[in-house]
Design a protein around this ligand. Structure first.
Ligand SMILES: [Zn+2]
Length: 451
């Protein structure tokens, strides 16, 4: 009886809500963001310098002007309630055949010539650009940092954006490249969907057909045969579902009866590109100095306190690489850089939604495996362990590190703390140095006092 009534009331809600959501375009709300709009701009400008040292920018006024004109048309079509006058949009063509495009926080956009090669009309090029502009408009880069706060704390990032004396030029530049290569180029599925939908809306407002963006996903996917990996596809997965979602959104939008498709300019630019030889990436200069010789963990230890969370001791020759209210990363010199740590520990605490340690650990481990740059790691085993004197788990991950070119051994110790949050210690070391590191890790684990 109760179940029956519930069913009816649920049905009524559906009946009321459904037509409204079907008939109107999807409302897009920018995600939570702790950064100021100007900080998006500064972060982007900083990354520009880093990126333009590495990327072969195409120096052809006619082609650049054309891509800029497509970009300007899209910028004018940004819904006014989302438009930010502080942003400084710019559009450059990168002389690389690789299919890729990306935008930096605050507006600078880079479109590889490979995108123009794949596109069969201006709408398809505009679709990729509208999608990237949407990431800028919705401030996804800083929203993502707001959400993660890790592995680089907000304070560190902000310090480097604001250009104070907090960080040396090297680390500042490193952060720029992190923004450029990691955080910015890969967003959560939720953000990607937002950008697909807003991108479709901007396209319609600019006189393009949003279906061209949908088509572009399928075209790019078809290009990926024969062992070729496509950068834009790896940061923009699941093309079939996106195709469907964009097509669906397009039905609610007022699309021009005569949308911009193949234009004489588009054809001329495409032809002209064929006569220009592709360029090459410039090797990143800072990379070699980032990681280097790592000394053994010193026997002497020092104390670290993560306020209201934990106190423990760690080898005196390790440094605090990054810290936030909930997490600290410690590593010896030479063992950290833009690709994370090769030796050291991450200690922290996170909210748990259940009291099931297996489940919470599994979710945490999955997140670690999915994190940018961790795709070399594989799950090995999981077993019971005592962590900080409490019932816990230890999960083993392994894989060949792209930095050290050796097997990396990662152990994730988890337990619930007295606040019922998930407390974790992640240890990282190359397999060949485990003898030395296991002693240090064990000492650290034994010294833990949870608050
Ligand atoms: Zn995207």
């Amino acid at each position: 009886m109760k179940a029956g009534r519930k069913f009816i009331s649920l049905f009524l809600i559906w009946a009321i809500v459904l037509p409204a959501t079907i008939l109107s375009q999807t409302a897009i709300k920018p995600p939570k963001n702790k950064f100021k709009v100007e900080e998006d701009v500064k972060l982007g400008q900083q990354a520009v310098r880093e990126i333009e040292r590495e990327l072969p920018i195409l120096n052809d006024a006619e082609i650049t002007r054309y891509v800029q004109s497509v970009g300007d048309r899209l910028i004018r079509a940004i819904p006014p309630e989302l438009d930010r006058p502080e942003f400084r949009y710019s559009f450059k063509v990168v002389n690389l055949k690789e299919i890729n495009a990306f935008a930096l926080p605050g507006g600078p956009m880079y479109v590889n010539r490979g995108i123009i090669d794949v596109a069969d009309n201006e709408g398809e090029l505009a679709g990729v650009m509208a999608h990237e502009i949407s990431h800028v408009v919705l401030r996804h880069a800083t929203a993502q940092i707001t959400k993660m706060q890790s592995p680089l704390s907000m304070a560190v990032i902000l310090g480097s954006i604001l250009g104070g004396g907090i960080l040396g030029g090297d680390l500042g530049a490193q952060l720029g490249s992190i923004v450029a290569s990691g955080y910015v180029s890969r967003y959560s599925r939720e953000y990607e969907t937002q950008s697909d939908i807003l991108g479709a809306q901007i396209m319609a407002r600019a006189g393009y057909d949003p279906n061209d963006l949908a088509n572009m996903f399928i075209k790019i996917e078809n290009e990926s045969g024969g062992g070729r990996t496509i950068e834009w596809l790896s940061s923009h997965p699941d093309p079939t579902n996106r195709y469907k979602r964009i097509k669906q959104e397009a039905q609610y939008l007022s699309v021009s009866r005569n949308p911009i498709k193949v234009t004489p300019d588009f054809l001329r630019i495409k032809r002209k590109l064929q006569s220009i030889p592709p360029g090459k990436m410039q090797p990143r200069s800072g990379d070699s100095s980032e990681y280097g010789k790592v000394s053994k963990p010193s026997v002497r230890t020092v104390s670290y306190t993560l306020k209201d969370v934990v106190r423990f001791r760690y080898p005196a020759n390790w440094e605090v690489v990054n810290e936030s209210d909930v997490e600290v990363m410690l590593a010896p010199r030479g063992a950290y850089g833009s690709q994370g740590i090769t030796h050291g520990v991450v200690v922290g605490v996170r909210e748990a939604s259940t009291r099931n340690l297996n489940l919470e650990t599994e979710m945490f481990v999955r997140e670690i495996l999915q994190r940018e740059g961790n795709d070399f790691l594989r799950y090995e085993t999981s077993s019971r362990a005592t962590v900080a004197g409490r019932n816990g788990l230890v999960t083993l991950l392994k894989g060949r590190s792209p930095v050290t070119k050796q097997t990396e051994v990662v152990r994730i110790y988890t337990t619930f703390n007295p606040d019922r949050k998930l407390f974790y210690v992640v240890t990282v070391a190359p397999g060949s140095e485990l003898n030395d590191y296991d002693v240090a890790f064990q000492k650290l684990l034994n010294s833990i006092v949870l608050y």
